[in-house]
Design a protein around this ligand. Structure first.
Ligand SMILES: O=C(O)CCC(=O)C(=O)O
Ligand SMILES: [Fe+2]
Length: 302
């Protein structure tokens, strides 16, 4: 087996299913399909709790596949003010910096300003949502039709609000860590891997969200996402991630016929929380306030 970038010699010697067992994870495979119709996606992967699937043939024509790299972001958007976290989903520390400073840090983790991180995981650019501010980025990719994303019918200000609130570009060095969590408001999510390899840890939706703190390794299975691969996560699936190399992931949360009812239910029930979440409005955020809000928002997440 050939070693892939960021993979240790130890990992290359062991088949994936054996690695799962060695780590105490479940041996569950995630389907990989080149492309799929809207009807087949809905019936095979979004019925009930659904199950994750990787689409391998939807990103090849995206300009982002060749254009988006660290130099591109430094040159065009280096001045952007961004927030970086010690880990995602339950961050304990968030710092504000310029995108260019953070990209320097990815290149050379000894960068003085960002040197300190309490954990042994590196700083992660996990709250970067530039797609409304820099709408030209939207021309660099096309969301597959089969998702049937109802949010694409939003117009004008609402389309901007959607891009700003639900479109993410995750950038980081190897070793970034996202704690297992379900995404907000029962949205489905897609994660398109553009640069670097990531491992996602996955577990079925929980009847009682508080149970997340009791999950252990044996509740999860893993899947590796390579550049050019597109992971679809149905609503409420628990997911965490580790990057193995400097990485760029484009991600959107969305709603379609399969989760619309659950989405409406959570936003009715959690309307105050919805309004107060700084990540859903355009105002300038205070990192300390955001750290507090995020931890209040995720009781039970460690
Ligand atoms: O780190 C990742 O790739 C996943 C991030 C994620 O799931 C999230 O921020 O909701
Ligand atoms: Fe997520």
């Amino acid at each position: 087996m050939r070693a892939r970038e960021g993979q240790t010699a130890d990992e290359t010697a062991v088949p994936a299913e054996e690695l799962c067992i060695r780590r105490g994870l479940r041996d569950v495979r995630v389907d990989r399909v080149t492309s799929i119709s809207r009807e087949d996606l809905a019936s095979s992967y979004l019925e009930g709790d659904g199950r994750p699937v990787i689409l391998t043939g939807v990103m090849q024509q995206w300009p982002a596949m060749t254009k988006w790299n660290f130099d591109f972001f430094r040159e065009k958007y280096g001045e952007d003010v961004v927030l970086v976290a010690d880990k995602l989903a339950g961050a304990t520390e968030i710092k504000e910096t310029h995108l260019s400073t953070y990209l320097d840090y990815i290149e050379d983790k000894r960068h003085t300003w960002l040197k300190h991180c309490e954990l042994d995981t590196p700083w992660y650019l996990g709250f970067y949502k530039p797609l409304a501010m820099h709408p030209e980025l939207m021309e660099d990719f096309t969301e597959p039709e089969c998702l049937d994303n109802w949010c694409r019918y939003l117009e004008g200000e609402m389309a901007d609000w959607y891009r700003m609130g639900f479109g993410w570009i995750f950038i980081g060095p190897g070793g970034t860590y996202t704690r297992p969590h379900p995404d907000l408001f029962a949205t489905h999510a897609w994660l398109a891997q553009l640069v670097g390899r990531k491992t996602y840890f996955l577990s079925e939706p929980l009847d009682d969200p508080q149970r997340i703190s009791t999950l252990t390794e044996k509740d999860f299975f893993q899947v590796d996402l390579e550049p050019g691969e597109f992971l679809l996560l149905p609503a409420n699936w628990i997911h965490g991630a580790v990057s193995h190399a400097p990485s760029i992931t484009l991600s959107f949360n969305f709603v379609n016929q399969r989760n619309f009812s659950r989405f409406m239910k959570t936003i009715c029930r959690d309307a105050d929380r919805w309004r107060s979440m700084t990540r859903f409005v355009g105002e300038k955020v205070d990192p300390a306030k955001m750290t507090a809000e995020l931890s209040a928002f995720a009781p039970g997440r460690k």
